[in-house]
Design a protein around this ligand. Structure first.
Ligand code: ADP
Ligand code: ZN
Ligand code: ZN
Length: 727
């Protein structure tokens, strides 16, 4: 036995961040400490790869053939809870553990020691030759301190050469001083606003979940502007005060300047930020700081969930219903759901926050899995906007016009009152389709099943799936006629033309991801709107999310039906959430707001629910429908997408998979069929959909079915458990 213990330590399993089935065995050279979780360098073929010690020796290892690990990175070992999280996510998403580990190890440079500052201290031996400069240095250093080279030279009024000389004589010795911390710690004691009575009750209720080490999910629900953010700030302050770390997930962090400012005001320091647009050089101190505990709070996009926190005490998922939490490629995971798993494995509380919670979370409340904390009032007595529908079937709209009479009249009144209007249309560009009046030719992307969208400001036709574009043509490529191309349907740019025509004196701006170059542009525009430098804002959903515009009192939804079509089981829920959020942009301060929904189907349950405010009835209806259909959260779905450049190969693999597909009493497979987005970036796509009961062993069935598949050529197989997109 003793012998076995001794040998177990010199052999370890190392998981490499690669899509391979499991960890590999390595030899640990004498004198090297490589505990479970240690991040090590290990040889693989003729390269050195960074991996993580996953466990002790695996079974049946031929120890004579093991290669030694090359070294251990000088960072704290990953915690067991994080290793379990990696395993859990891999099982759930039917991915390789190494593919999930790669999301943890995304910041290679973070493993290098941070560059220190060169500094000097007294070494003892006085120099044989004393000059006045040397004397000044030595008297300064007589206090026994360590001073950075630059500081010392400046303070003593000497050149660096003088200091070098003193190092050579052995009078001073060089040392490395740690870099000043990259992130100033937040101040949890800084006072926040005085909470209203209902906010205090909510905060107290949350606070009761924060003491101790227990997994405790809470849904914090309240209409936009009800002060949810202030309430979870209170919870964050409490956790920071105990010395633990906090993770806040936001869906669109690049657009969240307002939030980050608010955070900084409240906690007297900006949070560490983590998302893919943050330059690598600024990301790796965050990774390292999370691992060492120096970074106390991270505000991040979904990938922040895989940071190696040393002592995480709380996770907040803001806008928990937002579909951008779903990662659609590589490892397909839903960051909200995986955040709940991480909180569970860390035994910590988690707060899910939304004005329009997902059906999934509401059902979890019904089932007693989540606590629910609700804020009912809007702050400072602001009223929820009155929502009315405009029936487009009878509105008598002129050609090339998209705004109905009632909406235009309301806009005019706002202009006269010095108030602002938001026109919402979730379509970038000028027109979604361009066709030839002479021959009917439609411009589509050569690489995708999609029309090219005209962007008039850029004079281009562009594919919104792959980004490919052509200059806006003058003649039809099919029949050669000129002056025959017509734009069909509106995008925000075309709407802008109509607004300019109708309100020539109004100050207007288009707000989309195309027109705004980066977070600064967003922040600038947001400031302009806040300060009243604008009358009419025309925007896509980036204008709809999270912002707080005090002068905005009218919202016009130009095409409320836009998201309702297609085979997405969540289409109604999503449309309801989006339109509710958009309408919520109106009237956030003392001026009452109003929202108009232009729809071709005013009797549609979504429009009806929005207009009458019958939210609960709508949600109950949604739940019933989903339960009847056996779709999430009452049943489970997994999508399998086969893709490749050769359609025949894709089709045959999809058909082959269908023949082998799981088919039991509680797991059924539908398809294969070409995906609605049948070609994407030149790759043909076929889909299968697996539908399972809530209790069925879905992942096991998927593994048994798909693990043995060997892909040839450029065929790819993507497994998407709990798909959010059905394109
Ligand atoms: P939500 O997150 O629910 O949309 P916010 O927390 O953003 O709501 O609050 C809406 C507005 O009201 C913000 O400008 C916020 O600063 C302000 N606010 C909320 N609660 C208070 C409070 N107790 N005292 C002062 N201002 C508050
Ligand atoms: Zn033509
Ligand atoms: Zn394309």
């Amino acid at each position: 036995m003793a012998d076995k213990d001794a040998t177990a330590r010199d052999t370890v399993q190392v998981l490499l961040p690669l899509p391979v089935p499991g960890p590999y065995d390595y030899h640990v050279p004498e004198g090297v400490e490589a505990p479970v979780g240690a991040i090590v360098r290990a040889p693989l073929g003729n390269r050195i790869v960074t991996g993580v010690v996953w466990g002790d020796e695996g079974p049946g290892v031929d120890r004579t053939r093991l290669r030694p690990i090359e070294g251990v990175w000088n960072v704290p070992p990953l915690k067991r809870s994080l290793l379990r999280f990696v395993t859990w996510v891999a099982r759930y998403t039917v991915s390789a553990e190494g593919a999930v580990l790669r999301m943890v190890l995304r910041s290679r440079e973070a493993l290098e020691p941070p560059p220190g500052r060169r500094a000097l201290r007294l070494a003892g031996a006085p120099p044989e030759r004393i000059t006045p400069q040397r004397q000044r240095v030595l008297s300064l250093m007589a206090d026994g301190s360590t001073r950075p080279v630059g500081d010392l030279a400046a303070e003593a009024g000497v050149s660096v050469a003088v200091l070098k000389g003193l190092v050579e004589t052995g009078s001073l010795e060089p040392v490395l001083m740690p870099q000043a911390p990259v992130y100033a710690p937040p101040d949890p004691g800084a006072p926040g606003p005085r909470l209203r009575a209902d906010q205090r009750t909510a905060a107290a209720s949350l606070a009761s979940t924060l003491d101790g080490n227990t997994f405790e999910p809470t849904l914090l629900e309240g209409v936009t502007g009800s002060g949810k953010t202030e309430v979870y700030f209170d919870a964050i302050a409490r956790v920071l005060a105990t010395g633990r770390q906090v993770l806040v997930l936001l869906p669109e962090i690049a657009l969240s300047a307002q939030f980050l400012n608010r955070f900084e005001e409240r906690f007297r320091a900006p949070p560490a930020i983590w998302h893919s647009d943050v330059p690598r050089s600024r990301r790796h101190p965050v990774w390292r700081g999370a691992a060492t505990g120096d970074v106390r709070i991270v505000v991040g996009a979904r990938s922040a969930l895989f940071l190696p926190f040393q002592d995480l005490g709380l996770i907040v998922v803001d806008e928990e219903h937002d579909s951008s939490y779903k990662q659609e490629d590589g490892v397909c995971y839903h960051a909200r759901d995986m955040a709940i798993v991480r909180a569970h494995l860390e035994s910590i509380p988690i707060i899910l926050c939304s004005a329009t919670p997902s059906i999934e979370s509401l059902v979890n409340v019904d089932r007693g899995r989540f606590r629910r904390v609700e804020l009912k009032a809007r702050h400072a007595g602001a009223l929820l906007p009155g929502i009315r529908t405009v029936d487009m079937t009878t509105a008598g709209i002129a050609r090339d016009s998209w705004l109905s009479g009632p909406l235009v009249r309301a806009m005019t009144a706002r202009l006269e009152a010095g108030e602002q209007t938001l026109l919402f249309l979730n379509r970038r560009g000028y027109a979604p389709l361009t066709l030839c009046r002479a021959c009917g030719h439609r411009f589509s992307c050569p690489d995708c099943t999609a029309w090219l969208v005209e962007h008039r400001y850029l004079a281009r036709l562009q594919c919104h799936h792959c980004g490919r574009w052509i200059p806006r043509p003058q003649t039809c490529p099919d029949c050669g006629q000129s002056d025959c191309l017509v734009a069909c349907g509106p995008g925000v740019e075309r709407l802008d033309e109509e607004v300019a025509r109708r309100f020539p004196d109004a100050r207007r701006e288009v707000m989309t991801s195309d027109t705004l170059a980066g977070p600064h542009a967003v922040a600038d525009l947001v400031r302009r709107i806040e300060s009243g430098g604008l009358d009419i804002l025309i925007g896509t959903q980036i204008a709809a999310k999270g912002h707080h515009f005090p002068l905005l009192t009218l919202v016009g939804v130009v095409d409320a039906d836009l998201g309702l079509h297609g085979g997405d089981p969540r289409a109604m829920e999503r449309t309801w959430q989006l339109l509710h959020q958009v309408a919520g942009r109106a009237g956030r301060e003392e001026r009452p707001g109003e929202a108009f929904l232009q729809t071709w189907d005013p009797a549609h349950p979504v429009m009806h629910a929005l207009q009458t405010g019958a939210r609960d009835a709508f949600i109950e209806r949604e739940k019933r429908e989903r339960e009847k259909g056996g779709v999430p959260p009452y049943g489970r779905l997994a999508a399998v997408i086969v893709s490749g450049t050769r359609e025949g190969d894709v089709r045959s693999l999809a058909r082959f998979l269908a023949r082998k597909a799981p088919s039991t009493a509680d797991i059924r497979t539908f398809g294969p069929a070409p995906a609605p987005l049948a070609i994407l970036r030149g790759r043909h796509r076929w889909r299968l959909l697996v539908k399972a009961s809530a209790e069925a062993p879905l992942q096991r069935a998927l593994r048994m079915w798909l693990d043995p598949v060997r892909l040839t050529g450029d065929l790819r197989l993507q497994i998407d458990v709990d798909p959010q997109s059905f394109m």
